[in-house]
Design a protein around this ligand. Structure first.
Ligand SMILES: Cc1cc2nc3c(=O)[nH]c(=O)nc-3n(C[C@H](O)[C@H](O)[C@H](O)COP(=O)(O)OP(=O)(O)OC[C@H]3O[C@@H](n4cnc5c(N)ncnc54)[C@H](O)[C@@H]3O)c2cc1C
Length: 387
C-alpha cells in the first residue's frame, strides 16, 4: 500500500517558550547541585530515581496523560520541549523515560482499567521504571518470529523463554513483553503474539547483565521460567499485538532523543573552540552541523504535531529516526575531524578528547536500538510503494 509522506509544517507555539524557560531553570539548579554533568551526563549514572521524582513533582512525566491517572493533560508539543531540554544537557532520565514515552501510552490505550489505576500513577510519581521486552536471541528485526511463550492457566498466563538486549531490566519494576500465545496462521504470519505487563520481581525471572563496550551496564538478558502474570496484565487482544505496534513505534522513533544523544560533543567542542577564537574553517563546519540539526528538529517537531493531531505518522517517524541516528552517530567523528583542523592536535584538550572518545564508543548503537536503519528503510520503501 502506498502512503504519501507528509511533514506538516509546524513551529513550536510561543506558549511553549515559557515552559522551556521553566525547564531550563530547573535543569540549571540540578546541574549546580551536582546531580549530573551536562558535558557527559550519560557516561555517569543516567538512572537516577530521586531526579525522576523531582521531575515528576513538576508534572513532567506523563504530561499528556489524563489527570485521573496522574497526568497533566498537556500537549505533545509541551512534552517535546521538556524532552528536548533534558536531552540537550544529557539529564539522567533513564528511570522514567521509557515509561513516559511508550509504556504508559500503550497501557493507556490497551490496558484494563484496573491495570491503569495500579500502574500509571506510579509512573507519573517517578517511582516506576519500565523495560521493553521485544527482542529475543533469534528474533530482533523480525519481531514476529518471537518464540517466548505465554500459556493460559487459571486466572492468568505462564511465561517461558528468553528476551535479550533489555535496557534497564535490572533496575525496572515492570516490562511490557511480547509473547507467543498461538502459532502464526498461513494468511497472517504476524498473528499469535500478545503483550503483557510483567512484574519483574515475579518468581521465575532471572536477569543476566550484558556489558556494553563503553563499560556500562545498560542492558540484559531476561530469562522467564514459568512466570505467572494475572489476566488483567494482558494488553489488548490475545494474538493481536501486531495491531497495536504501529502507534507505539511512532512515539518511539521520532523524538529529539533520536538525534540529540551525542549533542554534548558539539557543545563541548564549541565551548573549547571559543577559547581559542573561532577560525573560518571551524565556523563553516559548525554552521553545517547546526543547519543539519535544525532540519532534523523541524522534522521531529512536525511529527510531534501530527501525533498531537491524532495522526499516526509511522513513515515520517521512521525517516526522522533514520536521518537523526545517522547524524548523531557521525557527529563525534565529524567533531574530531573539525577539532584536528583547528589548532588542536589531535584536539590538544584532554577533556574534549575524553568526551569524543566516549561518544565514539556509544555511537554504533544508535542505528540499531529501536529498530535498525536498514529495517526502517524497508518500511519507508514499502510506504512509498517501492516494494
Ligand atoms: C543499545 C541497545 C538497546 C536496546 N534495547 C532494547 C530493549 O530495551 N528492548 C528490546 O526488546 N530490544 C532492545 N534492543 C534490541 C534492538 O531492538 C535489536 O538489536 C534490533 O531490533 C536488531 O535486532 P538484532 O540485534 O536481532 O539484529 P538482526 O535482526 O539479526 O539484524 C542483523 C542485521 O541484519 C539487518 N537486517 C535484518 N533484517 C533485515 C531486513 N528485513 N532488511 C534489511 N536488513 C535487515 C539488520 O539491519 C542488521 O544490520 C536494543 C539494542 C541496542 C543496541
Amino acid at each position: 500500500m502506498q502512503t504519501a509522506i507528509q511533514f506538516d509544517p509546524l513551529r513550536l507555539p510561543p506558549e511553549t517558550e515559557e515552559l522551556r524557560q521553566e525547564v531550563r531553570a530547573f535543569l540549571a539548579d540540578e546541574i549546580s547541585a551536582g546531580t549530573f554533568d551536562p558535558r557527559i551526563g550519560l557516561a555517569g549514572d543516567s538512572f537516577n530515581r530521586e531526579f525522576s521524582r523531582r521531575v515528576a513533582k513538576r508534572g513532567w512525566i506523563g504530561m499528556t496523560w489524563p489527570k485521573k491517572y496522574g497526568g497533566s493533560e498537556r500537549s505533545q508539543l509541551d512534552r517535546y520541549v521538556v524532552t528536548e531540554e533534558f536531552r540537550a544537557v544529557t539529564a539522567p532520565t533513564w528511570s522514567h523515560f521509557v515509561a513516559d514515552r511508550q509504556s504508559g501510552p500503550v497501557i493507556l490505550k490497551f490496558g484494563s482499567e484496573s491495570l491503569k489505576d495500579k500502574i500509571l500513577p506510579g509512573i507519573t510519581n517517578g517511582d516506576v521504571c519500565f523495560a521493553i521486552g521485544m527482542s529475543e536471541p533469534n528474533s530482533g528485526s523480525d519481531l514476529f518470529a518471537a518464540a517466548a511463550k505465554a500459556t493460559k492457566v487459571e486466572g492468568g498466563w505462564r511465561l517461558n523463554g528468553t528476551k535479550v538486549w533489555t535496557s534497564t531490566a535490572h533496575q525496572a519494576e515492570y516490562m511490557i513483553g511480547l509473547f507467543r500465545t498461538s502459532e502464526p496462521t498461513k494468511e497472517n504470519r504476524r498473528h499469535g503474539l500478545t503483550q503483557f505487563v510483567v512484574d519483574l520481581s515475579s518468581d521465575g525471572i532471572t536477569i543476566n547483565p550484558i556489558i556494553q563496550m563503553t563499560g556500562m551496564h545498560d542492558f540484559n538478558e531476561v530469562v522467564f521460567d514459568n512466570v505467572f502474570v494475572p489476566d488483567d496484565h494482558q494488553l489488548g487482544e490475545v494474538d493481536g499485538a501486531w495491531k497495536q505496534a504501529t502507534a507505539e513505534l511512532a512515539y518511539e522513533r521520532s523524538g529529539p532523543e533520536r538525534f540529540l544523544e551525542t549533542y554534548y560533543v558539539l557543545t563541548a567542542f564549541i565551548d573549547a573552540a571559543k577559547d581559542d577564537g573561532i577560525d573560518m574553517r571551524t565556523a563553516e563546519g559548525v554552521g553545517r552541523l547546526v543547519a543539519q540539526l535544525h532540519t532534523l528538529r523541524r522534522m521531529s517537531v512536525s511529527v510531534a504535531g501530527m501525533l498531537e493531531a491524532g495522526k499516526e505518522p509511522v513513515l515520517e517517524a521512521s525517516i526522522v529516526k533514520d536521518a537523526g541516528t545517522v547524524w548523531e552517530q557521525q557527529l563525534p567523528a565529524k567533531v574530531r575531524a573539525l577539532a584536528a583542523f583547528t589548532k588542536r592536535e589531535p584536539t590538544n584538550d584532554p577533556d574534549l578528547d575524553d568526551i569524543i572518545d566516549f561518544a565514539l564508543l556509544q555511537a554504533p548503537k544508535f542505528t540499531i536500538q529501536g529498530g535498525t536503519n536498514e529495517v526502517l528503510r524497508g518500511i519507508i520503501a514499502r510506504g512509498l510503494g517501492l516494494r
